[in-house]
Design a protein around this ligand. Structure first.
Ligand code: NAP
Length: 158
């Protein structure tokens, strides 16, 4: 099963200048808890933007570049990736914008951190999606440095 995890602002803001917009330490703990021990699928820009290697998670990287790094599974197209992965396993799609756009329709569960903030300088956005196709559950509500956000699970209706 494909699952997706993202932190988004009120206008679906995801990032700017190839970085996250808001620093939310407790949300990073949530991200770690959800993704730990699962393979994580990401695009090259997100891979580049990560400040450190995320331990305990197999990296699956989509890029046109020829990257040879131990521990990283590299695919040059979505089709190649879907052909080679064991689809009986669970995978987490972790971004960025172009990867969410390509994979959201394959994902049965969306873990969204819905942040009660906006940023008019954002340059990467989560795709619009039809919320009526999902059951929405608020998992918890949080605040980091005065920024309020909810962890919300959207489970695709059968
Ligand atoms: N808020 C969040 O939860 C969250 C999560 C993740 C990322 N982000 C933010 O999102 C932004 C990055 O998003 P982005 O859309 O610019 O970049 P991205 O999706 O991370 O990476 C784009 C790159 O991935 C590769 N790629 C994408 N689709 C591919 C395909 N089908 N086949 C082969 N390669 C493929 C290409 O790399 P090559 O150019 O190497 O071919 C492409 O340039 C940053 O601001 C980041 O901080 C936010």
């Amino acid at each position: 099963m494909f699952k997706l995890i993202a932190a988004i602002g009120k206008n679906r803001e995801l990032g700017k200048n190839n970085n996250l917009i808001w620093h939310l330490p407790n949300d990073l703990t949530f991200f770690k808890g959800q993704t730990m021990n699962h393979p994580i699928i990401m695009g090259y820009k997100t891979y580049e933007s990560l400040p450190k290697k995320l331990k305990g998670r197999q990296y699956i990287l989509l890029t046109s570049k020829n990257i040879e790094e131990e521990d990283i599974l590299v695919f040059h197209s979505k089709e190649e990736m879907l052909e080679k992965l064991d689809l009986s396993r669970d995978y987490f799609v972790i971004g960025g914008a172009s990867i969410y756009q390509q994979f959201i329709d394959l994902c049965d569960e969306l873990y969204l951190t819905e942040i009660d903030k906006e940023d008019s300088n954002a340059d990467a956005f989560f795709p619009e999606f039809d919320k009526s196709m999902y059951e929405r559950t608020v998992l918890d509500s949080n605040s980091d440095d005065g920024i309020n956000y909810d962890h919300v699970l959207y489970r695709r209706l059968k």
